[in-house]
Design a protein. Structure first.
Length: 348
């Protein structure tokens, strides 16, 4: 396994540990000032009903990608601070997470007789849309394997795999005793809600209007883990991104908890949510997760879709094992179906 290091996320993890020593429960009328590099963004238009999403991709193909075979390694861009999906394990000295397991399954399928970690290079990339920069240049990555929402707008710039995880955006707040400080997103009107720059999560925060017509105060940070640090230091009142990410944050920071009250009119966003006794669906959006590739990479996309095919026993086994290991509490319905393949990109 080859690794390209990064330092920004590590500083956030260190601050996160420090925040745990001083974080206290309860609301503050005047939160501390935001760090210099963090901005409060202007609010946008009212919520329009969610993103246009992309769930289906090219038909699967068992033919290994020739360009990757020739080069002799698979290069994946990952988020090193995502506890459930992809993170740097300092003890094991390697990347771990749900996305990592799926990328390694692809490498194993390309080189069945080799250790997949020895054939995979992981590189830290920016969150959201910013990750696409890593797909171009003199030494690009082959695949972006972050917690990336496949949207119609993004499909103009990159090619997506089939949807491999159904999730939705919700919010993480401080814990007061055993309860969330704010029951739901609609209780955060006028409060600072943090999300990573360049993400659909930030767009949703900026456009959301509560059931009483109130607005959130969107705060953007370079990485969403910076939002977790600021939440614990009372600089923001909530972190909002996909539930699969926030579950990992709640594990890292036991003085935080997911909201439990569903927002108004969110039934359409919960079609892929399994009703749980733990809590109702609190998703604000429908967030199909997919791997992203440079335009024209049909061969590699088709092979990834083959590895992850829902109708293949091997693909199901890999997915189920990774889900049970990293996302046992995530309330999705299971491995997504590849649906009807597309014949051209972007899909109509």
């Amino acid at each position: 396994m080859r690794i390209r290091p990064t330092v920004g996320w590590l500083a956030a993890v260190v601050l996160l540990a420090a925040a745990g020593c001083s974080a206290t429960s309860g609301s503050t009328a005047a939160p501390p000032a935001l760090p210099a590099e963090v901005t409060s963004t202007p609010t946008a238009a009212a919520r329009t009903g969610g993103l246009c999403t992309v769930r289906h991709s090219y038909p699967p193909s068992a033919v290994p990608p020739g360009r990757v075979l020739t080069r002799g390694r698979l290069v994946a861009g990952v988020d090193p601070s995502d506890a459930t999906m992809s993170h740097w394990d300092a003890t094991a000295q390697r990347f771990e997470g749900f996305n990592i397991d799926l990328v390694l399954a692809v490498a194993k399928a390309i080189w069945p007789d080799r250790d997949p970690r020895s054939m995979t290079e992981f590189r830290a990339v920016r969150p959201g849309q910013g990750a696409f920069d890593a797909l171009v240049g003199d030494d690009p990555v082959d695949v972006i394997a972050t917690s990336l929402t496949a949207s119609c707008r993004r499909a103009q710039d990159v090619v997506f795999s089939n949807d491999y995880l159904d999730s939705g955006q919700t919010a993480l707040v401080r814990r007061v005793g055993t309860a969330p400080e704010y029951a739901g997103i609609d209780d955060l009107a006028g409060r600072r809600v943090c999300a990573a720059a360049g993400t659909t999560s930030l767009e949703t925060v900026a456009s959301y209007r509560t059931r009483d017509g109130g607005r959130l105060v969107p705060v953007q940070a370079e990485n969403v883990i910076d939002c977790l640090v600021m939440l614990r230091q009372h600089q923001v009142d909530a972190v909002s991104t996909d539930e699969n990410i926030l579950l990992g944050f709640a594990q890292m920071a036991p003085d935080t908890v997911l909201v439990t009250a569903p927002p108004a009119d969110n039934a359409a966003f919960c079609a892929y949510h399994v009703t749980s006794a733990r809590q109702p669906c609190t998703w604000l959006t429908d967030e199909p997760h997919a791997f992203a590739f440079a335009k024209g990479e049909v061969e590699l996309v088709a092979f990834v879709n083959h590895v992850l095919a829902a109708d293949g026993p091997a693909g199901q086994r890999v997915w189920q094992q990774a889900h049970q290991r990293w996302l046992p509490d995530h309330p999705d319905r299971g491995m997504p179906s590849p649906g009807t393949p597309v014949t051209s990109w972007p899909p109509a």
